[in-house]
Design a protein around this ligand. Structure first.
Ligand code: CTP
Ligand code: MG
Length: 231
């Protein structure tokens, strides 16, 4: 397969607080977004990478990343779904339009080359299947009622926590996102669109260090991971 990458980075970071968009915050001296870009670039030296940013963040973006000729930028939408669609449209309009796309949240700067290789390997074996990294749930799961009282314990059999990057054939995921944009359903990840269409999605073993920076304390955890992994 030939690969392109779409990186949604157009969110407003409301849960992270601190008055700064998280993709442009620095951890270990580099911005979160630039870490993601460098990680993909060192993994695949010339694949097209589309960064989807918020229209208000243009100058932040310019100041935050090392550009190269195959890193492209486009503006996103109000929901993640709309941002991903913009990125996919841009990618498919390129002359060197790839067969497959990795969609990866800007907020996950710790995806290792091992993880990217595992996703790619699975894609090579089953090119028409969506591939996502995920981790089996280990906590006991409780379901509550509207008063916050526990009503049931849910079996964690076959339950996973999904991560990114999620990989698909570009034309399939683009088509599904185009369809989704005309409906009112909303999705928190991209594999959901295949699932709803009855198309197969395969899980590969995720990585516990591939955390999503969501809350302020996740940045502390990120700094800790960097220190633990630095030589
Ligand atoms: N994202 C996006 N466009 C949106 C919303 C989200 O590109 N309209 C991106 C975010 O920038 C992030 C990824 O999708 O890289 C995952 O979203 P999330 O962690 O929820 O980030 P935010 O939406 O920015 O944070 P919050 O939900 O706390 O506002
Ligand atoms: Mg969000």
């Amino acid at each position: 397969p030939t690969i392109g990458v779409v990186i949604p980075a157009a969110g407003r970071s409301t849960r992270a607080g601190q008055g700064c968009q998280k993709a442009y915050r620095r951890i270990g001296g580099d911005t979160v977004l630039n870490r993601v870009l460098k990680q993909f670039r060192s993994w695949n030296t010339n694949c097209p990478i589309i960064v989807v940013h918020h229209g208000d963040d243009t100058s932040l973006l310019q100041a935050s990343i090392d550009r190269d000729s195959n890193i492209h930028t486009t503006t996103g939408g109000v929901e993640r779904q709309a941002s991903v669609l913009q990125g996919l449209r841009f990618l498919s309009s390129l002359p060197e339009c790839p067969s497959h796309v990795f969609i990866h949240d800007a907020a996950r700067p710790f995806a290792t080359h091992r993880l990217l290789n595992d996703v790619l390997e699975c894609l090579i074996e089953e090119p028409l299947t969506g591939v996502i990294p995920a981790i089996a749930v280990s906590d006991t799961l409780k379901k509550t009622d509207s008063n916050g009282l526990v009503r049931a314990t849910i079996s964690r059999d076959g339950l996973f926590r999904a991560q990114t990057p999620q990989a698909f054939t570009l034309q399939t995921i683009l088509h599904l996102h185009e369809m989704a944009a005309t409906s009112t359903s909303s999705y928190t990840d991209d594999a959901s669109l295949l699932e709803e269409a009855g198309l197969p999605v395969r899980i590969v073993q995720g990585d516990s260090q591939n955390i999503k920076l969501t809350y302020s304390h996740d940045f502390e955890e990120g700094e800790r991971l960097l220190r633990a992994n630095s030589p």
